[in-house]
Structure formats: C-alpha cells, structure tokens
Design a protein around this ligand. Sequence first.
Ligand code: AMP
Ligand code: ZN
Length: 118
Amino acid sequence: MADNNECIFCRIARKEVKVEVIEESENFLAFPDANPISEGHTLIIPKKHFANIMDLPSDLGSEIVGLIKRVAEKRIKEGAEGFNLLMNNFEAAGQVILHAHLHLIPRKKGDKIRLKTA
Ligand code: AMP
Ligand code: ZN
C-alpha cells in the first residue's frame, strides 16, 4: 500500500516528524511510544503503510523479529529484566493508530504494570 499522507506513523517513517530512532532496518523503524507504559516502551512500525498484521507481507517476518531482538537487547542492557510484545489489530482490539505497530514494553520484577487491552 502507498504511504498515507495523513497517517502520523507514515510521517514518522518518512522522517517528516522527528522521533528518537531506537533501531532501524530496511523496512522497519523503532521509536519511543509518546505515552509510555514503562520506561523504554518502544513502537516498531513498518515504514510502509500497512493497516495491521493481516496486511504485512509474511516474508518480512524474519526482519521484524531481528529488529525486535535488537530493541530488546538494548532495553535489557539498560536494565529491563523482561519485556512484553503487544499488538492491537483492528479497532475492536483497541488499535487506535491504523498503521501496523508492535509495542515492546520493558518490564522489571514486581513492577506492578498491568497490561489492559480493549
Ligand atoms: P494502539 O493503536 O492502541 O496500539 O496505540 C497507539 C500508540 O501509539 C499509543 O501507545 C500512543 O501513545 C502511541 N502514539 C501515538 N502517536 C504517537 C506519536 N506521534 N509518537 C509516538 N507514539 C505515538
Ligand atoms: Zn501509515
């Protein structure tokens, strides 16, 4: 799907909206969530506008897994003891930004964070 002018994550992917780039690969970009659930909460997005995981080409699977692991490694070096991966797909599941994105939420033992889904 072509880039979407109105989509905030497309604008971030095009570097029109500046974010701190945590990690980047050919097709994916990782940057901090603006409303972090925990310190280091990171979003991983495809650079192209895919609405959700159903539209994401399956052959990008190994690339995104590689990027997830690089971000996680960074967070673990910074002190995270674990992390959750969360992805909301479609509005019924709580997806607000309709450009596919994965949440990487760093965790520590006893941090009392409770993840809520829609
Ligand atoms: P959801 O679509 O429910 O998975 O949530 C969208 C997430 O995107 C929320 O956690 C927001 O805090 C985050 N978010 C929205 N706009 C921005 C932005 N401009 N930069 C970084 N994170 C954002
Ligand atoms: Zn988009």
